[in-house]
Design a protein around this ligand. Structure first.
Ligand SMILES: *[C@@H]1O[C@H](CO)[C@@H](O)[C@H](O)[C@H]1NC(C)=O
Ligand SMILES: *[C@@H]1O[C@H](CO)[C@@H](O)[C@H](O)[C@H]1NC(C)=O
Ligand SMILES: *[C@@H]1O[C@H](CO)[C@@H](O)[C@H](O)[C@H]1NC(C)=O
Ligand SMILES: *[C@@H]1O[C@H](CO)[C@@H](O)[C@H](O)[C@H]1NC(C)=O
Ligand SMILES: *[C@@H]1O[C@H](CO)[C@@H](O)[C@H](O)[C@H]1NC(C)=O
Ligand SMILES: *[C@@H]1O[C@H](CO)[C@@H](O)[C@H](O)[C@H]1NC(C)=O
Ligand SMILES: *[C@@H]1O[C@H](CO)[C@@H](O)[C@H](O)[C@H]1NC(C)=O
Ligand SMILES: *[C@@H]1O[C@H](CO)[C@@H](O)[C@H](O)[C@H]1NC(C)=O
Length: 432
């Protein structure tokens, strides 16, 4: 129990101090403004959002972008997106701006809008794929025509206080910075043109800002021990336990019960962990030179289909992945040399949709790994992942002393204890 509390303490401490993600240290969303032309009272800019995060995407209902104008700017027109509110444009006669708010809030258009309202890379309902999964779909763009603004690169004022919701909280954006002007190729690719001025804004994600509790948990089992180590109880918080639904409940046959809510409130199946997602890792087979693990992801939310889901696993043997069945796999090498992290995701049109809770709400795969003679062991829980992320959110692991142990190996292994004490001591030392 003491170790569990220590682990929890460590977890809270690390997630609160981590300004960046250790498994994706360069991950960010960059918002780039390219001024394409000056107008009599302002400029026309193309705003491009690039999701440079390897395994975190922005799911439906999509991103919301906001900022504060530096002066009295207004938005005359937008192509490929819109503001949620027009604001007070009563000062204007004749031509009425699209938005007069000091802090406009912009959302993407839905797919299928008329052609003349579209812009390249627009109109995806705000969905941005993870860069590691689909770089082409990780871009979103729109055009904005700004009035009552500076009309030269000396007089224009950069917007301030950028905010990005994706769709919930978690992103923090830095200030806009003037960067070298973007170069563009003409459609025939024979001529290069250049933006008149460019600025960038970088936004990074922190799970700690996004939510109080984890949103997924991990359970373990193995062929060598009958124990199934389940997810920690209340891993995702039990405050809403009274609202959960039993799988046999009649409420589930009510029409519209699965309809997603605007604020994405989940409708969870009752479990002791109360997580919307559980990842199960089963150590399945031991061969002479290889071993095999089975991975199952289960959705317990009746109101959400996970599109383009991702699963990131950190395990020292992932440098010798031989085969991955029924999922796509990509090694992530965040630090160049340490190859212990990889990303699993669904195969397009096969299992890239993790369906709402119920009969079909799970996806499964197996992975075949070659044993590294120097390090491989079934002892001390070595065969279980060190970290697991679902959709870019770190999942809660069971406490180490509860892992299924190889018969005859000491349950609370010395190695685990030593590392743990070392970690705790280290944290205390760095805090002083
Ligand atoms: C944003 O991500 C890109 C791609 O990983 C990286 O090149 C760039 O340096 C990052 N920007 C910041 C400010 O971290
Ligand atoms: C600005 O953002 C773009 C992506 O939109 C990126 O390619 C470029 O490297 C960024 N520039 C700087 C200086 O960060
Ligand atoms: C502004 O434009 C002038 C020429 O039009 C150019 O020399 C200068 O570098 C530009 N400044 C910025 C900050 O883009
Ligand atoms: C930045 O924007 C947020 C949300 O729109 C607002 O709460 C905050 O007060 C703003 N900060 C400044 C300095 O304008
Ligand atoms: C999930 O997707 C399936 C198939 O596209 C659809 O029938 C179902 O209504 C969706 N559920 C939710 C909660 O959106
Ligand atoms: C990392 O390991 C994978 C096998 O899982 C291998 O395909 C890849 O080449 C390795 N990458 C590096 C940089 O060592
Ligand atoms: C495992 O991978 C590492 C580097 O990724 C390589 O040096 C080593 O030979 C591999 N081991 C086996 C048993 O293939
Ligand atoms: C299986 O693992 C558990 C720890 O989770 C341990 O208490 C038990 O002794 C192990 N079973 C055997 C047969 O070793």
């Amino acid at each position: 129990m003491r170790f569990f509390i220590a682990a929890l303490f460590l977890y809270v401490l690390l997630s609160s101090t981590a300004a960046y993600d250790p498994l994706d240290p360069n991950g960010n969303i960059t918002i780039k403004w390219d001024i394409m032309s000056w107008t009599p009272d302002g400029y026309v800019a193309v705003v491009t959002m690039n999701n440079f995060q390897m395994f975190r995407h922005i799911m439906s209902p999509g991103w919301t972008l906001g900022w504060t104008w530096a002066k009295k700017e207004v938005i005359w027109t937008m192509v490929g997106s819109q503001t949620t509110e027009q604001g007070d444009c009563s000062k204007f006669k004749g031509n009425i701006p699209h938005c007069c708010k000091k802090t406009p809030t912009v959302v993407d258009l839905l797919p299928g809008v008329p052609y003349n309202q579209q812009f390249s890379n627009c109109c995806k309902g705000g969905v941005l794929a993870a860069w590691g999964q689909d770089p082409v779909a990780s871009v979103s763009a729109f055009q904005v025509s700004v009035g009552q603004a500076g009309t030269t690169n000396k007089t224009v004022k950069l917007p301030k206080n950028f905010t990005l919701l994706g769709p919930g909280p978690g992103y923090t954006c830095g200030p806009a910075k003037i960067v070298p002007s973007t170069n563009f190729l003409t459609p025939d690719r024979r001529r290069k043109t250049q933006a008149l001025m460019t600025w960038n804004v970088t936004c990074t994600y922190s799970q700690f800002l996004a939510r109080k509790h984890p949103s997924c948990c991990v359970s373990f089992s193995s062929f060598y021990n009958e124990t199934i180590t389940s997810c920690p109880s209340c891993a995702c918080g039990c405050e809403n336990k009274h609202k959960c639904i039993k799988p046999e409940s009649k409420l589930l046959s009510v029409v519209g019960v699965n309809t997603p809510r605007k604020d994405n409130t989940p409708l969870l199946q009752c479990t002791h962990h109360m997580c919307p997602v559980r990842v199960h890792w089963h150590v399945k087979v031991n061969y002479k030179d290889y071993w095999r693990a089975k991975i199952a992801i289960t959705n317990f939310n009746y109101r959400l289909n996970y599109t383009q889901w991702t699963l990131v696993v950190q395990h020292p043997n992932l440098n010798n992945v031989t085969q991955v069945f029924s999922f796509d796999y990509k090694p992530l090498v965040p630090y160049g040399s340490i190859n212990d992290t990889g990303m699993f995701y669904g195969m397009k049109f096969y299992n890239d949709l993790l369906m709402e809770a119920g009969q079909f709400g799970n996806v499964q795969s197996e992975v075949l790994l070659q044993k590294d003679k120097d390090t491989f062991t079934f002892k001390e829980g070595w065969a279980f992942p060190r970290k697991v992320y679902f959709n870019g959110e770190e999942c809660m692991l069971p406490p180490p002393e509860s892992y299924p142990f190889l018969p005859n190996s000491a349950p609370q292994s010395r190695a685990f204890l030593t590392t743990f004490i070392f970690c705790v001591a280290f944290v205390f030392l760095t805090m002083m």
